[in-house]
Design a binder for this molecule. Sequence first.
Ligand code: ADP
Length: 489
Amino acid sequence: LKSRLRDPKLFREQGYIGGKWTGGHGEKSFPVLNPQNGQLVGKCPEMDHQDTITAIEAAQQAFEIFRFSTPLQRMNILKRWSALMQKHEEDLATILSFENGRPLQASRSEIKYAASFFEWFQGEAMRSYGETIQSSTPGHRVLTLRQPIGVVGIITPWNFPSAMITRKVGASIAAGCSVVLKPAAETPYSALALAELGERAGIPAGVLNVVTTDQNVSSVGKTICQHPVIKKVSFTGSTGVGKILMEQSSSTLKKLSMELGGNAPFIVFDDASLDKAIEGLMAAKFRASGQTCVCANRVYLQEGIHDEFIERFSKVVRDRMIPGDPLAEGTSLGPLISQKATDKVERLVQNACEHGAEVVLGGVRSSQDAATFFPATILKNMKPTMQASREEWFGPVVAFYKFGTEQELLQMANDSEVGLAAYVYTNQMSQAWRAAELLQTGMVGVNTGMVSDPVAPFGGVKHSGFGREGGRVGVEEFQITKTITLGEL
Ligand code: ADP
């Protein structure tokens, strides 16, 4: 990897605590493998409870100064940081593709997307307004201040190794918080490259700390959740782990943001524009090979367009999904993150087929492919009772369900424990509006397959979690509102 980088210093194999690169006190390490071929990308320090405490203490010290930084100073850090990301886009994308298996073109897009959070939050850093409020008591005046909440713990997944970090860290810095970040063990190098660029952007020592770990994840997570200095934990990952973290955080009553799993319905009504819906589904399904929490998981087609849609969509998938080495230009479908992930997709396909689903495309792995590769797959005749109706595919499988009436559709679409994103295609305003209001999700895309945008609050309901990232509320999540009442006026 190093030899492919224009700036090899972006490939950091150490953690980052208190402004210093460190191997951790135990000097143990864990390997990071390239999902495409299983080859070693590099090693990272296996940090533990004690390293996490060191990081938290460094963050606490830094916070005592950083909390008094001016909005302009914080804006300038984010401005320089996003400019550095843009300058080093190719290297950052290469690192991402090596550790995550994402095709290079898509990795470049993620770096742009990741940098766009720093751009958004540099503006928001300048707009931290309080209020003045009429008091109920004569002679009193009430006003509010927004203050940084304190040291924050951030735990991120491997599926967006860069953007999940910038979305949280950008908001933290804008608010004036310091951070202890624990990136996913599969993709630590994107996080460490960001830290290197953050250092170059002038982040004060201790404001950003990166703790890398694989085996010790439970104890590092517990330390972050239970340490009294940490005032907020922002997590993106599975619902199961989110529940553990919430429980662990209860003794110190931390403020939490939980971005957990989804099971997005993608709905196409009879009157929709099919060309646009096909494009929308391509985007909403195949981003990151289907490994995102907002990926279309269940695709509901109204009976009038059902057959035609599947026929046309299958052709587009055949033409456009080009499997191959993520680092080769032109590849549009890379491997999944691990063999375990691929085995899970295969099991879900088998379960669906055993219960009556039909394979339209793909569905079987070939012995010539990497163990982590699953082909673009289309299934029809899906039923709510199948396992895949309740779980996330997290792979390149499009699952089609047929529906008759709007009422029947809403019942099926809302029959899920989780609710993150939903997509609706229709040209009838009233139908779009009703569906958007009645779908039990935190986000709805109407006639679009894209709901992620730094300006837009992102988050879920039900077991998809709570808290919003991005948008104006993105910064508020890292602040407290302090009320000051002035008496005797
Ligand atoms: P995914 O299926 O995306 O890997 P996880 O919830 O397992 O979802 O992982 C998301 C993040 O949570 C990763 O950084 C992972 O290392 C971390 N993680 C996993 N288990 C724990 C735990 N018990 N405590 C704290 N963090 C954890």
